[in-house]
Structures are given as C-alpha cells and as structure tokens.
Ligand binder design. Sequence first.
Ligand code: ZDP
Length: 280
Amino acid sequence: MQFNFSKWHGLGNDFVIVNGFTEKIEDYQSTAIKVCNRHFGIGADGLVLVLPSENADFRMRIFNSDGSEAEMCGNVTRCVARYVYESGLTEKTKMTIETQAGLIRPELIFNNGVLQTVRVDMGEPRLNPEDIPVTSNSNQPIINTPLVVGNQKFNITCVSMGNPHCIIFVDDINAVNLSETGPLIEKNPIFPRKTNVEFVQILNRETLMMRVWERGAGVTLACGTGACATLVAAALNNRTDKAATLKLDGGDLHIEWGSDNHIYMSGPATEVFQGCYLNE
Ligand code: ZDP
C-alpha cells in the first residue's frame, strides 16, 4: 500500500491529511498507528481522511495516533478547510464538513488575497452528562464537581464539542505533571469513551492558558475542540467572559461563544510538506 499525503499543523498539533477521493487506504486504524509514529512513520498526532459527503461539501474522519477514531476535531478542521481550497477540491471559502458528531462550518478569511485566519463554526457545546459521556447520578451539567483520582482531588467541568473534554482550573499550569495526571483522568471509569483533559490557568477575563492531554494521542501542543470546551467551562464557572484568547503551548486561538449558542474558533492552519507514504 502506498498513498500521497500532505502534512499540516494547527499550532503544532500535526496531521497527515489524505485525499480519500483519490487515495486508497485499507485499514484506517492500523495505518494511523504506523503513519503517526515519529520514528518508524511520518510522525503526527493524527491521520485525517477527506472524503465525499452526501449532506455536506466534504466529510472527514480523524484517527488519533493510537488508532482510535475521534468524533470531532478543531485544529484539523481549519487545516482541512485550507487543504480542500488550495488543492482545488472546492472554490468555496465557506463550506460545510460532515464529522461523526455533525456538521461544522469553516470559513477562510482573506485580506487583500492573503489568508488571515480560518474561522470555524464548531456548533453547540453539549453539557448533558449522557451526551459527553460522563457517568453521573444526576442529569445536571458537571460544573466544578470534585473528582478523586488516586490521592489527588480535582474540580472538573465536563463539556462535549462532539468529543469529550474534562476541564480543570489550576493556579499554576506549570506545576501540573500532564503526562502523569492526564492518562489517569483520560481513562477514569466515569468516562465510558475516555476523555480529553485540559488544565487551565486564568490570566484575566479575556485570556487564559491551557495545556492538554489528548485522548488517544497524549500531550499535544494544541487542541481546537479542547480550547472551545475550555472557553465554555471558563464562562460557566464565571471565570471569563464569552470570548477569550487561549494561549496554548503551540500558540494562540481565539474562541467566542456566540449569542446563537454556537462556538466560533479562529486560528491558523499550515501545510509543511507533501509526500508519498510507502509501506512494506
Ligand atoms: O477527541 C479526541 O480523541 C481528540 N484526541 C481528537 C483530536 C482533537 C484535535 N486535537 C482538536 O484540535 O480538536 C484535532
């Protein structure tokens, strides 16, 4: 099996994008594990397939570096929007993309012909525990609720952007041991489909810092859905307003919770190389 790919990142959260209209991949899950490996493969946080859709301009599927499939993704959406436009698959600058969790709407924003940013309507946040999913004995949203993990206690807020997120506010983000604590929360039995984990430090009502442990991928430099979920959690906890800049390890994302209850994410999308993957 061999296929052409291009390599993209959104703030250092990196992906191998494959044109599923022309390229054939037999087994997405095992291919994702091989391709994402940074020593034996191309190296990426995920493998992304751009596919035809019946009810949107495109459909995309994303596989984490451990082979698991994610329902939704933020950074990938910005990259895919730019990818389909620049590779001539569409002339639209505003398009619809079908995901496992519904439709999202990216828009390429130009200024004098130069791409300024990609703004994505990420749809509505979901707070109902069943929709996240997170096990709870009530159907009320989980906002600032204690969770004991080992000998540590965290106050968690749970938000789904189509994929699950568990947000924890801390005073000092640099004091968090992400790779130790992240997997304990990711795989905690209260999350039947596991969860992405965000640690967040509030700088002021419009600025926060976030670090992420991603389900199925580990520490990454940025997470778009995580940034959206974090803004929702911060606003629900009355720690920020409904629009903020999120400072991630790989750079900044701007997130707004609109009056239509949709979340709007703006940020960059960058192609770094193209190639042909060879598999023995
Ligand atoms: O939900 C998951 O399993 C995530 N690891 C998917 C990837 C999310 C992504 N980093 C984002 O920006 O939303 C692409």
